[in-house]
Design a binder for this molecule. Structure first.
Ligand code: SF4
Length: 419
């Protein structure tokens, strides 16, 4: 049985992987409060039908033989080490599941002895869970680069989702900060998971292979790459490797004995803007080139859609009753759902501002970029519009906190993506 000391080490070390939306918070419990976001051990994931499910988040081992400069579990750090056995992880998962604490498992690992040895342990854990314990709950498994293809492919038939973390946005930074890792070892399994046929299990059915797809994670701010670079890489990975999500993790210093890394945490607003831009790439028809500024970075003052609209005044205002679906999606304050509602509603009657409010358009932002039946109610000039947009964003963040207590705005944006 996994003792409390090892359990604490393994769940605490797992909190640095943010391939789920609720990691990274520093909020601790207060004297009379309830809950504590600092403890590791639990994360949340969203199923394709929108349900939020709780996952046990744990490492198989934090006894790593690699030495990545940014990582607390690196070989050269003097930290307590622990490794669990497949049987121990299975028992823990089943025990928690039966008590209704969790609905699934997020299992990751440091490189324990070698990539293949680690992947074998992970494979054996999920095989046991599925075949011996008959566990049918959700499993997200972090794949190990450089492990044998057969192991990776077989694992893909047992888990719902797998992620190979790209870690850093360029090969140069990877070489510098994670010298034992290499780009090809990460990219090759991502490519393999995106394929429609299998080398080792040609008779098995596609629908049984990673039904929740694959994701990846990138650290932002540990290396000098711009937002434009990060978003172009993201765009490429969505297109080429059919990723479900790219997660961005703000760099947080944990090792202070190296000159290779910044001494300060990267600003959280950067992660927040990247998540917003990510939604624009996936659902709004934008390209990475369109949404980054001339300096290669996203605006910190405005969300990326507002920043793009301000950069392209010649395209606005747009008449809401005649705009194409593509252009509706580009109007700040009009989300995917509200664009659809507008298209349905305007078949029956010409829409006015009061109708748009009912259709859940965020008028505080949209009003500066639209006309309704030829009428314009936006700001008088660019300076006024910019000030009003900044004010609208501040108010929105205040409202977000009241709806999703305990979630920060980056998390909210990651959940809804309505821009
Ligand atoms: S491989 Fe690198 S990032 Fe992963 S646990 Fe080991 S040292 Fe940390």
């Amino acid at each position: 049985m996994l003792d409390e000391r090892r359990l604490n080490i393994l769940v605490d070390a797992a909190k640095y992987d943010v391939s789920c939306s609720s990691s990274g918070s520093k909020r601790q419990n207060t004297k009379n409060g309830i809950g504590n976001a600092c403890f590791g051990g639990l994360c949340h994931s969203f199923t394709p039908d929108g349900r939020c499910i709780s996952l046990l988040k744990i490492l198989m081992s934090n006894d790593c033989c690699y030495d990545c400069a940014y990582c607390t579990s690196r070989r050269s750090n003097d930290v307590p080490r622990a490794t669990a056995t497949p049987e121990e992880i299975c028992e823990l998962t089943m025990g928690f599941y039966k008590r209704n604490y969790i609905e699934g498992l997020f299992l990751s690992s440091s490189i324990f002895k070698s990539p293949n040895h680690t992947m074998e342990l992970l494979y054996e854990t999920v095989r046991k869970l599925r075949k011996e314990y008959n566990f049918n709950g959700y499993i997200h498994l972090k794949g190990i680069p450089n492990a044998d293809k057969l192991l990776i492919e077989r694992t893909g038939f047992l888990v719902d989702r797998m992620s190979f973390n790209i870690e850093l946005p360029s090969e140069k930074s990877l070489k510098l900060l994670a010298p034992q890792k290499d780009k090809n070892a990460i990219i090759t399994p991502m490519k393999m998971l995106a394929q429609d046929k299998y080398f080792y299990a040609p008779t098995l059915r596609r629908k049984d292979f990673l039904p929740a797809g694959q994701t990846t994670q990138m650290i932002v701010g540990a290396s000098p790459e711009s937002d434009a670079h990060i978003l172009k890489l993201t765009e490429f990975m969505y297109r080429t490797y059919k990723l479900k999500r790219v997660y961005y993790s703000t760099y947080t210093p944990t090792n202070f004995d190296t000159s290779l890394l910044p001494y300060e945490q990267a600003p959280l607003i950067r992660e927040h803007r990247l998540y917003q831009a990510d939604w624009l790439l996936r659902f709004y028809g934008f390209t990475a080139d369109e949404i980054t500024g001339t300096d290669g970075f996203l605006s910190t003052d405005y969300d990326p859609k507002c920043a793009w609209a301000l950069k392209n005044p010649q395209l606005f205002p747009v008449e809401i009753n005649t705009a194409s679906p593509e252009m509706l999606l580009r109007i700040p304050g009009v989300g995917v759902k509200s664009a659809y509602r507008i298209m349905q509603a305007r078949k029956h009657a010409k829409l006015d501002f009061s109708d748009l409010k009912r259709l859940r358009v965020v008028l505080k932002r949209a009003v500066h970029f639209i006309t309704c039946k030829g009428k314009f109610l936006g700001g008088a000039n660019e300076r006024v519009v910019k000030n009003l947009l900044i004010g609208a964003e501040l108010n929105q963040n205040a409202k977000q906190l009241s709806i999703f207590n305990n979630y920060d705005s980056a998390v909210f944006s990651a959940i809804t993506g309505e821009l």
